[in-house]
Design a protein around this ligand. Structure first.
Ligand code: PEP
Ligand code: MG
Length: 544
């Protein structure tokens, strides 16, 4: 048995199809015709562009717009004169064949990116590989991709999957994905969740432990993978799988059901999203609201900052689509594991402790005010709230709130409409904010506990480091105590407290969070119905 990171729920029992790493057809570089090689490269890049545009359209139709957006960054890279230009230089200076030149440049990029202590960039190196391999394929005519024709019940095993791999797969025949590398934010993980196909990532060396045709059990709940299991184990998992699937269709009955406790308290079950495309799932699963809109995705995969008008349109669409349900927009939470090329933020020794989120926004007030103005203008159209990330001192919250008030005054003078009483809250994701929660509670309208970060800062465990993931303990008493203190402090001041970290959907934590009096649970939309069921089961068990 091997254990990795559970990236998408469910159970699968299927047969291995190994995605082999593509070996480049390295040929002798002698006697090449430079002009011909440059022309071959140019043509291969053009063909690749066309293929990517087609894939983008296919993924947008079959999976969703937000998943399709990854191809936009691929297309941008193909148009980036640095990448293709570097390969051209290799051809001219080192007299290389086009395929060898691209292969060498691709590997240099990958080496640089995987060497950077930035999980986001590390995971994006897979994009470079994807594009590089596509150009090579178009140069060599080697289109042998075993993933395009797969048999029923196939478990795809790969070092990591590229966006093109997943776009080409026949999803109906994929039983599960398992990979050597990757974390919860890797492409494989995101795609698997969107497709609701079980996935386990970060298994280290699964590709060298299995061979084609092996039977494997993938437990997307615990992150376990069992290779060539014995019959009784297969039976055990068939039963689990059947129970899970039956539960899933039964869960649909909970769509639209409100959770009200015996004491008459309404508990809101909301969704975390990062783009308008994800609204489809929010509406499908009947979320009570949006507990976290991660705005950083608006700023990523592009070369310039989104302006006020563009942001306003997005926030307005969001709040209108949600009708009068609450929508919490979190201001830009960039830095740490999420960089922005055009902000040219410096490389830091400790990015998670560095120049990020509210710290960066308070330093770049013009950029911050653009966002605040867009949020305020959209607040006129529905039940919009604003929330600041990574607040660690009282002064930071006060300064951010003052900027919001300043923006209100400017907008008033300019004749714009906005909600003057917009609820203003903060994420509690730094231990200092939890420790001083009673003081913060006097200033805010609400708290939302960000356990993803709160756990990493409390226990000093990098949330993206697979080597120490065993220390990242959601149920550590220190973490639990901070959560309890935060909820109690909010209630003492008559404020409400939600949670938008992954813990809000964690079965083992939910009963405790209910007993602490958490008012709102916000999560990946796919987890909403399951969480409602867990809460209802818990409430029922207390009654009996
Ligand atoms: C968190 O830290 O718990 C959170 C919800 O924010 P993010 O995962 O975007 O850092
Ligand atoms: Mg966070």
């Amino acid at each position: 048995m091997m254990k990795g990171i559970s990236a998408s729920w469910g159970y699968s029992i299927g047969y291995v199809l190994l995605k082999e790493e593509q070996a480049v057809n390295v040929q002798d570089n002698c006697n090449i015709n430079l002009g011909q090689e440059l022309e071959r490269l140019k043509r291969a890049v053009e063909v690749s562009k066309k293929q990517l545009e087609e894939l983008r359209e296919k993924v947008a139709k079959e999976i969703g717009e937000s998943q399709a957006q990854v191809f936009d960054s691929h297309l941008t890279l193909l148009e980036d004169p640095e990448f293709v230009g570097a390969a051209e230089k290799e051809i001219i200076i080192s007299c290389k064949r086009a395929e060898n030149a691209i292969n060498d440049i691709m590997n240099t990029y990958i080496d640089i990116m995987t060497g950077i202590e930035d999980q986001y960039l590390k995971e994006r190196s897979v994009d470079i590989k994807d594009i590089g391999n596509r150009i090579i394929m178009n140069l060599t005519g080697n289109f042998n991709n075993p993933l395009t024709h797969i048999r029923e019940n196939t478990v795809i095993v790969a070092h990591d999957l590229t966006p093109s791999d997943t776009a080409q797969l026949d999803k109906n025949n994929v039983a599960a994905f398992i990979t050597d590398i990757g974390g919860l934010t890797s492409h494989t993980a995101i795609m698997a969740r969107a497709l609701e196909i079980p996935a386990v990532v970060g298994l280290q060396d699964i590709t060298s432990r299995v061979k084609n045709g092996d039977m494997v059990i993938v437990d997307g709940i615990t992150g376990e993978v069992i290779i060539n299991p014995e019959e009784p184990v297969i039976q055990e998992y068939r039963a689990k799988q059947a129970e899970f699937e039956a539960g899933k269709s039964k869960l649909r009955e909970l769509i639209g059901r409100k959770i009200i406790t015996k004491e008459g308290k309404y508990i809101e079950i909301s969704a975390n999203i990062g783009s308008l495309a994800e609204l489809e799932k929010v509406l499908e699963y009947g979320a009570d609201g949006i507990g976290l809109f991660r705005t950083e995705f608006l700023y990523m995969d592009r070369n310039t900052m989104p302006d006020e008008e563009e942001q306003f349109e997005v926030y307005k669409k969001l709040v209108l689509k949600m009708e009068q349900k609450p929508v919490i927009i979190r201001t830009l939470d960039i830095g740490g594991d999420k960089g922005l090329p055009y902000l040219s933020t410096p490389i830091e020794m400790n990015p998670f402790l560095g120049y990020r989120a509210i710290r960066l926004c308070l330093d770049r007030k013009d950029m911050f005010k653009t966002q605040l103005r867009a949020i305020l203008r959209a607040s006129y159209y529905g039940n919009l709230k604003v929330m600041f990330p990574m607040i660690s001192t009282l002064e930071e919250f006060i300064e951010a709130k003052n900027l919001l008030l300043e923006c209100m005054m400017d907008l008033k003078q300019e004749g714009y409409n906005y909600n003057e009483n917009i609820e203003t809250g903060m994420m509690v994701e730094v231990p200092s904010a939890a420790v001083l929660a009673d003081e913060f509670a006097k200033l805010v309208d609400f708290f939302s506990i960000g356990t993803n970060d709160l756990i990493q800062y409390t226990l000093a465990v990098d949330r993206t480091n697979e080597k120490i993931s065993h220390l990242y303990n959601t149920m550590d008493p220190a973490v639990l105590r901070l959560i309890k203190m935060t909820i109690e402090a909010a209630h003492k001041s008559g404020k409400w407290c939600g949670m938008c970290g992954e813990m809000a959907a964690d079965e083992s934590a939910i009963p405790l969070l209910l007993s602490y009096g958490l008012d709102e649970f916000s999560m990946n939309p796919v987890s909403i119905l399951r969480t409602k069921q867990i809460i209802l089961d818990h409430m029922e068990s207390k009654n009996t």
